[in-house]
Design a protein around this ligand. Structure first.
Ligand code: ATP
Length: 254
């Protein structure tokens, strides 16, 4: 469970996110949407503990994020940031094995159980056949999937994903989102594609550093809100094949 209590973060004198009150329930997949620069990544970084709130609080399963030891936080939360990088001379398997680090110690070295978890994580993102490849030679989408596999190998209770589908082909986009929804984790996911956001349990909408709406996607992502926040015209269409609803966008002036 993730709870932000009136959390704000300032860079110098500039408020980047303000008074964010947000509760992501255990096991829920929560989509965070908003225009470029509205503060989505900053919220994720506050939850990850990369940033500390200037005012307010972030609680993870009831515990104040600032009171968690690094090791405990690393067991609890996995964060896949945008444009995350990795040392170049590692293989895909090495990169995913790093996800096991918070669980290892002198008395609990890497063992067959960890090997199985790593193999399973690679399989879940469809990268088993590339486990021996070097990071350097991977495509953008393959790197993205390896980062997700590392996060899965971490076996976190909370998964933070910053635009996980960017770089991915359409099959991978759909399968990664389905995977995240199926996982028994609390997932907070920053997304640009509002049709993908429709598949989340709930969504939060960021605008200019504030959370301006929060709730079930079909109730929140109305044409009116989309026009106000994203400055585009939105129409809901229904797929005649299966009745699935989707949004079509156009510039307001068209
Ligand atoms: N360390 C910082 N110092 C100054 N400004 C910052 C800092 N971090 C973020 N910002 C600014 O805060 C705003 C919010 O940034 P953030 O990355 O959270 O937005 P975002 O919604 O994730 O954007 P995008 O959709 O483009 O990824 C941006 O205008 C950004 O330039």
């Amino acid at each position: 469970m993730i709870r932000l209590e009136e959390a704000s973060w300032r860079a110098g004198q500039t408020a980047i996110v303000r008074d964010i009150a947000l509760h992501v329930r255990r096991g829920e997949t929560f989509g965070l949407v908003g225009p470029n620069g509205s503060g989505k990544s900053t919220v994720l970084r506050l939850v990850a503990g990369v940033l500390t709130p200037s005012t307010g609080r972030v609680r993870l399963d009831g515990i104040d994020q600032t009171r968690l030891s690094r090791r405990r936080a690393a067991r609890m939360v996995a964060f896949v940031a945008q444009q995350a990088d990795t040392a170049e001379r590692v293989t895909v398997r090495d990169a995913v094995e790093l996800g096991r680090t918070p669980w290892l110690s002198m008395l609990r070295p890497f063992g067959p159980g960890d090997d199985r978890i790593v193999a399973h994580a690679l399989a879940r993102v469809g990268m088993s056949d590339k486990a021996g490849r070097y990071w350097q030679g991977l495509s953008g989408g393959e790197r993205q999937r390896v980062h997700l596999a590392r996060a899965l190998a971490q076996e976190p209770r909370i998964l933070l994903l910053d635009e996980p589908t960017n770089h991915l082909d359409i099959h991978q986009q759909l399968s990664i989102l389905r995977l995240v929804r199926k996982l028994e984790v609390t997932a907070l996911v920053a997304l640009h594609d509002l049709n993908q956001a429709l598949e989340c349990d709930r969504v939060g909408v960021m605008q200019a550093g504030r959370l301006v709406a929060c709730g079930p996607p079909a109730e929140i992502l109305t044409p009116d809100l989309i026009a106000r926040v994203f400055a585009v015209r939105a129409n809901y269409l229904t797929d005649p094949a299966d009745g699935h609803r989707l949004i079509r966008f156009a510039l307001s002036e068209d």
